[in-house]
Design a protein around this ligand. Structure first.
Ligand SMILES: Cc1cc2nc3c(=O)[nH]c(=O)nc-3n(C[C@H](O)[C@H](O)[C@H](O)COP(=O)(O)O)c2cc1C
Length: 212
């Protein structure tokens, strides 16, 4: 897959990422570039490669006005960003299972016997899973894509803020998704930074690590 990175300096992308909350409101991201960034972000791994992440790109004034009452103190990001990317986990992600494994087979990336085993065992296992277990899986996988999106965005010359402060129970329905199927993971604001952001501290790994 070709990439659209303007900045391919991994150390710069990683160490100079800051949560940015104020953006240049005149900057729009084309649909083509947004899809390219999502293609790159969704190179993230996922449990049995089920890819349960789903995205709603909130970019129009109308959609942003719908989002505003649901994002609490995160108004500035909503008003100034190029887009607010709502990331949901799909509780019925297994519906894409056969499509994914068939594609892997067709592209020579999965042997026939592995394909047949995945279709015969993994998909029914996912179908029968408890909703608590499914919720954990789709949240975990979706957040991996979200994290990757933060870095991919910087590769494209944009900045982001990952947002957890929103009305979890209202987000899906507000954007015409079935809330029993699509569970919010997070929101990522994206755009051209209009501020430098501020540097933040981290605990020393020795404070948060056990070697056994
Ligand atoms: C799951 C999650 C939820 C967050 N929610 C918000 C939020 O609602 N509003 C906000 O301004 N920042 C939010 N942040 C950003 C954090 O405040 C920020 O990542 C942290 O202070 C470290 O700063 P840095 O991202 O610049 O390294 C969130 C971050 C994470 C990981």
């Amino acid at each position: 897959m070709s990439h659209g990175f303007k900045n391919n300096d991994f150390a710069d992308i990683l160490f100079n990422r800051r949560s940015i909350r104020s953006y240049d409101p005149t900057v729009k991201i084309s649909r083509e570039e947004m899809l390219q960034m999502l293609a790159e972000a969704t190179k993230a791994p996922s449990s049995v490669n089920m890819q349960p992440w789903r995205f709603v790109i909130v970019e129009s004034d109308e959609a942003k006005n719908k989002l505003k009452p649901l994002v609490r103190t995160n108004q500035l990001q909503t008003e100034t960003s190029s887009a607010m990317i709502l990331i949901f986990g799909d509780m019925a992600c297994y519906e894409f299972g056969e499509t994914i494994y068939d594609q892997a087979l067709a592209e020579g990336k999965m042997p026939q016997e592995v394909h047949d085993h995945q279709v015969a065992t993994i998909i029914p296992y996912y179908q029968k899973m408890s909703s608590e277990q499914m919720y954990t899986i789709v949240q975990r996988d979706s957040m991996l894509a979200a994290m990757q999106l933060l870095l991919v965005a910087r590769g494209h010359g944009y900045d982001t803020n990952v947002i957890g402060g929103f009305e979890n129970d209202q987000l899906a329905a507000a954007f015409d998704l079935d809330p029993t199927r699509y569970v919010p993971a997070t929101i990522v604001s994206i755009g051209k930074a209009a501020e430098a952001g501020y540097d933040s501290v981290r605990l020393d790994p020795e404070q948060v690590t056990w070697f056994k």
